[in-house]
Design a protein around this ligand. Structure first.
Ligand SMILES: [Zn+2]
Length: 204
């Protein structure tokens, strides 16, 4: 099971996609290719989105955009603060180079330029794998977080990797059940993970 992670903000995206597949034949429909986790730096999982067929940049882009849009709307973040939001992912450079990511989206202004406005950096663990100057030292360099947040003691970019490691423990279960059950199982596991993290941090 391919599990990829990235880190971003808010939004309760979790059960929306379950309602999106009302009439699926549970034995003939394809299984998940992987699961994309959208995780906040504290470890809270914003969304766990199934990826089908292949891990294409377009599917990942759509998932990021949905979570980002929900987060900005829910928290009332103004457009002048969008550059302070960071998306951290291992291959965000490839997603940002797609045509959809570089042109304004068919949304009402200013949300059409939401994805263009936010900052995007490569995950620290994967940064050395990228060779082009833009990734090495340019706009995708993870050090850009420290430039925007100079008082931040530690760049907590590993939250998605940690959540990834947590979810991998359930890969055997997820691989042995049908798709609808996979989705249900995933939704419940994510819910309990978030609940556990809130309890642990004393916010419950
Ligand atoms: Zn790159």
């Amino acid at each position: 099971m391919a599990l990829k992670g990235l880190r971003i903000f808010g939004g309760t995206h979790m059960t929306n996609w379950l309602a999106g597949f009302p009439d699926i034949n549970t034995t003939k429909c394809p299984r998940l290719r992987g699961i994309l986790l959208n995780v906040r730096p504290c470890g809270h999982i914003n969304s766990a989105v199934p990826i089908y067929v292949s891990e294409s940049p377009s599917q990942v882009f759509l998932s990021i955009m949905t979570t980002l849009y929900n987060h900005v709307l829910k928290n009332g973040i103004k457009s002048d603060e969008w550059p302070k939001l960071f998306i951290v992912m291992d291959y965000i450079c490839n997603i940002d180079r797609t045509k959809a990511a570089q042109t304004p989206l068919p949304l009402s202004p200013p949300f059409d330029k939401l994805f263009i406005s936010v900052s995007k950096v490569i995950h620290v663990f994967h940064h050395r794998n990228h060779v082009c100057p833009e990734c090495k030292t340019g706009k995708y360099n993870p050090k850009n977080i420290s430039v925007v947040y100079p008082k931040l003691k530690k760049r907590k970019t590993e939250a998605a990797e940690q959540s990834n490691a947590w979810l991998k423990r359930f890969a055997a279960v997820l691989n042995s059940i049908s798709r609808n059950r996979q989705l249900f199982y995933l939704a419940r596991q994510t819910f309990h993970r978030n609940k556990y993290l809130y309890t642990k941090s004393g916010r419950a």
